[in-house]
Design a protein. Structure first.
Length: 279
């Protein structure tokens, strides 16, 4: 019964993500009117963002009216089925605003509080990543058919390519920049993509050796975290803790602990401000 339920949830998440991705890709207006602001003027949420979440929650509710929701744009329903959907309708809002391709729709399904399905679709990259707990992680893209994902074999830390993200509140970003400054000499290089969901999937597919960020919410990382773990990556927060707003870390197994320990030493989990990344 569980396998068939998870398959049903996966197919629904794939359909909802594809429809929302198409809405965002094809409906992006040239002037891109801003519906509201979040934590700062730079951190914008668009009318398209809100429309995409309504599309996703509406489609899922029609099929599964007893499920709960947690969404970035305000969807919050308890539900009675034991299934809760965790949704970021547009991860990488600023990239979307500027016409950059690194943005995604992220949808996860939790069963009794544990993630069991994750889907991340990146329409402008033509890629969709998905995972079901215990079944591995897979992706479709420019290659033929579905590809089973596996994170990169772990290099030495000084040869690791690491991605991160920065808060859009200036005083928080300054501390994060200092952490990155201290980390750069110890790794191959650092990237900043602007979408937590895509960064996690890029760890899964082997395009990054590791990723870290502070200030994320569950809708930012739940789907991507499951995909990364099912591809063999390790994920967590501060040493001994799960992913949280304090810190999110994902990396190849051999890179994970050295990276996590450095971030702990550098105080990457603390910046004196509780702002949200807003990517």
């Amino acid at each position: 019964m569980t396998d068939s339920l998870h398959t049903e949830l996966l197919q629904l998440a794939l359909q909802a993500a594809a429809r929302a991705g198409a809405l965002l890709r094809d409906g992006r207006p040239a002037d891109l009117a801003v519906a509201a602001t979040k934590s700062s003027p730079i951190d914008v949420v668009t009318e398209m963002d809100i429309a995409a979440e309504k599309l996703i929650t509406g489609l899922i509710s029609d099929r599964r009216p007893d499920d709960g929701f947690l969404g970035e744009e305000g969807a919050s329903v308890e539900g009675t089925s034991g299934i809760r959907w965790v949704i970021d309708p547009l991860d990488g809002t600023v990239n979307y605003l500027y016409g950059l391709p690194t943005w995604a729709v992220s949808i996860a399904a939790e069963q009794d509080g544990e993630p069991v399905v994750g889907v991340v679709t990146a329409p402008m990259r033509g890629e969709t990543f998905h995972a079901v707990r215990g079944r591995g992680a897979w992706a479709t893209g420019a290659w033929a058919g579905e590809r089973k994902l596996a994170c990169r074999p772990a290099p030495a830390l000084d040869q690791a390519l690491i991605s991160t993200g920065f808060n859009y509140v200036a005083e928080v970003r300054a501390h994060q920049a200092d952490v990155a400054r201290r980390l750069i000499p110890l790794v191959r290089d650092i990237r900043r993509g602007g979408s937590a969901a895509i960064d996690l999937c890029d760890v899964a597919v082997g395009r990054l050796d590791g990723y870290y960020e502070r200030g994320l919410n569950p809708w930012d990382y739940t789907a991507g975290d499951l995909i990364a773990r099912e591809a063999g990556a390790r994920t967590g927060g501060r040493p001994g803790e799960r992913l949280s707003r304090d810190l999110t870390v994902a990396a190849s197994p051999g890179v994970f602990e050295p990276l996590q320990n450095l971030l702990e030493d550098f105080g990457a989990w603390h910046d004196g401000h509780d702002g949200h990344d807003g990517a």
